[in-house]
Design a binder for this molecule. Structure first.
Ligand code: NAD
Ligand code: IPM
Ligand code: MN
Length: 363
């Protein structure tokens, strides 16, 4: 059978706790299929930094190139400055592997808690496509006159023609394939270079997709509409920083950070893509078995989709929906009393039942 080689970077805090459960799910989903997973663990993160003075091995990027995908928990922990831990591991991988598409589904699953009393379940069903390689995260800037009264700090957003066009084109392709509208979220009124350019490229590319209905919102109004009228949004494309912020907002609409998944995709498949929950290392609950592993499992489902096993990916979401609907095995963030591994075991059990009943092809 086909071997899929997965580099596992559990990382910090609750990262290792949720990744363990995600791996249980992936192993289960390989049963009775024409593929199997081969997991290789890398102990990189803030503990590794404490021992070695670096976040990953010097040839870490080189090592990762040999894998079909990366499965990552979370990076960052008190004791190591966040801009070091994140830039030297998570952001480094996204950049080096040109994972310029960040796909973050904001879908209210059956049984998932939602803070909007009135919301109809079907109305919260968005697919965020976040630019993931440049923009506000270009890492460009300067720090002048440090500590002096005239101190000035610059953080430059970089929006290249290539980088902007490729993400917008990817979003149009996705909207066309799904037969959904596409919304661009920007801020051309205040950001008079970057977002004026973004809007212009969006208009230009839209000419190639006359069949795709488009909308364009300013980011401030968009955050209001996401709460008040979430049904306005189907496929959404936005810049790196706006996408970061709005997907935590979206997570809150769709069951919380414990249920929000993401995929960092290199569409050309020149390099491995990376799958990770969108939450962080949650130091406030780490090491106590309180972490919700469902986000990590949803990311695992995205990985199955990515490899072309979409029925199996869908099955993982179905199992999560059953778990949410039966409401018996949930972590405290969802009002339950179950531990991280109890949730994992229950999902695996539900999957076992489903695999026994279903007749799905082995590929
Ligand atoms: P966070 O996402 O770690 O936590 C925010 C809140 O949500 C906390 O109260 C936490 O307990 C809760 N939460 C998050 N995930 C949860 C889960 N699976 N189950 C239950 N509750 C959950 O964000 P933060 O506190 O701002 O950041 C903590 C650290 O993580 C920082 O170092 C930050 O830079 C880093 N971070 C890393 C990533 C990543 O690796 N992808 C993402 C975000 C933040
Ligand atoms: C995310 C995280 C990262 C980001 C941080 C940890 C650098 O918040 O994946 O959403 O901002 O992209
Ligand atoms: Mn974030």
């Amino acid at each position: 059978s086909k071997i899929l080689k997965i580099a596992v970077i559990p990382g910090d805090g609750i990262g290792p706790e949720v990744i363990d459960e995600g791996i249980k799910v992936l192993k289960k989903m390989a049963e009775g299929s024409d593929f199997c997973f081969e997991f290789t663990h890398f102990p990189w993160g803030c503990e590794y930094y404490a021992k070695n003075g670096k976040m990953m091995a010097d040839d870490g990027i080189e090592q990762l190139k040999a894998f079909d995908a990366i499965y990552l928990g979370a990076v960052g922990y008190p004791g190591v400055p966040d801009h070091i831990s994140l830039w030297d591991l998570l952001l480094k991988i996204r950049k080096e592997f040109d994972q310029y598409v960040n796909i973050r589904p904001i879908t209210l699953l059956q049984g998932a808690p939602c803070p909007l009393q009135e919301a109809k379940r079907d109305n919260i069903n968005m697919l965020f496509i976040r630019e993931n390689s440049e923009g506000e995260y270009a890492g460009a800037g300067d720090w002048l006159f440090k500590g002096k009264p005239e101190e000035v700090v610059l953080q430059t957003g970089v929006f290249s023609r290539k980088g902007t066009e490729r993400i917008i084109r990817y979003a149009f392709e996705t909207a066309r394939r799904l037969n959904k509208s596409l919304t661009s979220i920007s801020k051309g009124n205040a950001l008079n270079y970057s977002m004026v350019f973004w809007d212009q490229v969006f208009e230009e590319v839209s000419l190639d997709y006359p069949d795709v209905q488009t909308h364009s919102y300013l980011v401030d109004a968009a955050s209001m509409f996401m709460i008040m009228q979430p049904e306005r949004f189907e496929v959404v494309v936005t810049s790196n920083l706006f996408g970061d912020i709005l997907t935590d907002l979206g997570a809150a609409l769709a069951g919380g950070l414990g249920l929000a998944a993401g995929a960092n995709i290199n569409p050309e498949r020149t390099y491995p893509s990376m799958f990770e929950p969108i939450h962080g290392s949650a130091p406030d609950i780490a090491g106590k078995g309180l972490a919700n592993p469902l986000a990590a499992m949803w990311s695992a489902s995205q990985m199955l989709d990515f490899f072309g096993y979409e029925q199996r990916g869908r099955m993982v979401l179905d199992a999560i929906e059953r778990l949410l609907t039966e409401k018996e095995t949930l972590t405290p963030d969802m009002g339950g009393t179950a531990s991280t591994s109890e949730v994992g075991d229950r999902v695996v059990q539900l999957l076992a039942d489903m695999l026994n009943q279903a007749s799905i092809p082995d590929n």
